[in-house]
Design a binder for this molecule. Sequence first.
Ligand code: CP
Ligand code: NVA
Length: 332
Amino acid sequence: MSLYKKSFLKLLDLSTEEITGLLDLAAFLKEKKKKGELHRYCEGRNVALIFEKTSTRTRCSFEVAAADLGMHPVYLDPKSSQIGKKESIADTARVLGRMFDGIEYRGFGQEIVEDLAKYSGVPVWNGLTNEFHPTQILADFLTIREHFGTLQGKKLVYMGDARYNMGNSLMVGCAKMGMHFVACAPADYMPGKELVDECLKIAAETGAVLEFIEDPMEATKNADVIYTDVWVSMGEPAEIWKQRIDDLMPYQVRMEYLDNAGPQCRFMHCLPAFHDLNTEIGFEMYQKFGCREMEVTDEVFESSRSIVFDEAENRMHTIKAVMAASLCENII
Ligand code: CP
Ligand code: NVA
């Protein structure tokens, strides 16, 4: 097993052992960071961070992790580079590949990040596409491992829009790691058939269980983790909020679902979250539709069962592991 010189585009490309290897490396790097021990394993390298969508956690994780590894990160924001507008992805990739040792990409279609990897000749890391958010899943799994000691057999219930990057990636990750994944959503919001079939094949080998259940009380029974994400993702039109609120309000994560799951159950969210009125969009939705909370209640979000900030911190340690694995020979 070696991830040296390899890209990190989606979890489907990695074996169970490789994912475990990245989690172990992240735990090792986290310990070093906590002890204040330098780990500048990629001294003198340069990485490009392309963001065609906004970000707090992912951008900061890549920047801090790059600095901790001794690298220089260059941030390309959603507006001011030539990417897409005046220069194709293939041309951009060939230019950046001449200057950088690795490239992170956050943006739209999965094919864009795949093309960047194909044309740049250097490792490319997916910082979120419409289809997948693989670095998020590593952080989620490190967090679950820290709280529960293991991933194998743990039941994760994803509530909300299960057809987009988070639902897709969690389903793939759970299948790879032998977990029990439940998509709990209205029928129209379930993951696509092609990906489900692929994950079922993986599950047959790893012992994972995948379920698709519309009823929240049935789905959340014995859950170890209840997970949700925003109802309208970046790049989707603002006009769909009304429809999403109507369709997904029964899937808002409330304390009754955590209680139904049992005392072991923890709440997770990739963040950012709409759980109060302290955001522009959250307040606008309250004025328009009268909802004070969206995908999760403030009670759940702020409770001691919520481990969202451990999860957010782990974005940095796991992203550091991904870059180190691609750029250092023999680290994994
Ligand atoms: N979870 C996550 O990707 O957060 P950002 O959008 O802030 O990067
Ligand atoms: N589904 C969300 C995830 C944000 C981390 C989005 O794509 O906006």
